[in-house]
Design a protein around this ligand. Sequence first.
Ligand code: NAP
Length: 294
Amino acid sequence: MTAKIIDGKLIADEIRKEITAETAELKEKHGIVPGLVTILVGENPASVSYVTAKGKTSKELGFHSIQETIPVGSTEEQLLALVAKYNEDPRIHGILVQLPLPKHINEGKVLYAIRPDKDVDAFHPVNLGKLMIGNADFLPCTPAGIQELLVRSGAALEGAEVVVVGRSNIVGKPIANMLLQKAKGANATVTVCHTKTRDTAMHTRRADILIVAAGAPKAVTADMVKEGAYVIDVGVNRIGMTDKGKAKLCGDVDFEPVKEKAAAITPVPGGVGPMTITMLMRNTLKAAKLRISR
Ligand code: NAP
């Protein structure tokens, strides 16, 4: 069997068209333009490219977009003051503080200072708690992207054996919780593996749907995958440079041999990556829409 390639860019484009249409409708009917501010501390090149992409995408979708950059030496108080300013700004519906923050700033303190109704990354404990009880306003972006990829590529989630490799707060734990919910596009039986799991391969071999977010290049090999599985590779590992001087990437799954066994698989790049930004935009639109009803 050669797997169907799940094209994250194509699915993300499809969702962006939906967001553009809903944004235009929100403006026309309610006079509301979704507003997103990205806050960057310092000039880490990877972070600069992420916030630039977020700003560009939000403008393309018709959002009101602000990008704030403050020097790497800024104090925690200065950053908290900026968050407080946008917490009160009625034109802003979503606040994103780009991670990682410099070591002298307490990441948790800053993220928890964002008003939960503007927390479009869904990292605030209030939003994670709502996710856990199946009553989320916003879903964390990467897990939301994974769920959309599965649903839109026809994976049968209900009753499926799902195995998640990785238990981070931003990918592994939330996606496991989301797919466990008594809801459409979920209702799966979920197992989560980590570095203390006794026999990860024993679990992954049982998976109808295998989601790998380990941050370890090619950690999942073909012998660990069941024939006909859906495989979502979240990993982004830099393994050198291309001839054009760009970073050469690989996922957490040994793509070529696994492709010959799986029913469907996401590539790296071009799988989960394009979905993450798109889900951030969808959360911002949702935050703007929630203003109508509250
Ligand atoms: P993380 O915080 O480093 O967590 C990795 C998790 O994987 C940990 O729970 C770790 O277990 C587990 N793990 C590592 N190696 C393992 C192995 N060989 N077997 C079983 N479990 C293993 O990583 P993360 O933030 O979740 O990110 C994971 C990957 O996804 C990274 O490559 C990251 O760059 C990528 N990512 C991509 C996107 C995107 O938009 N495309 C977004 C977020 C992350 P322990 O808990 O026991 O240490």
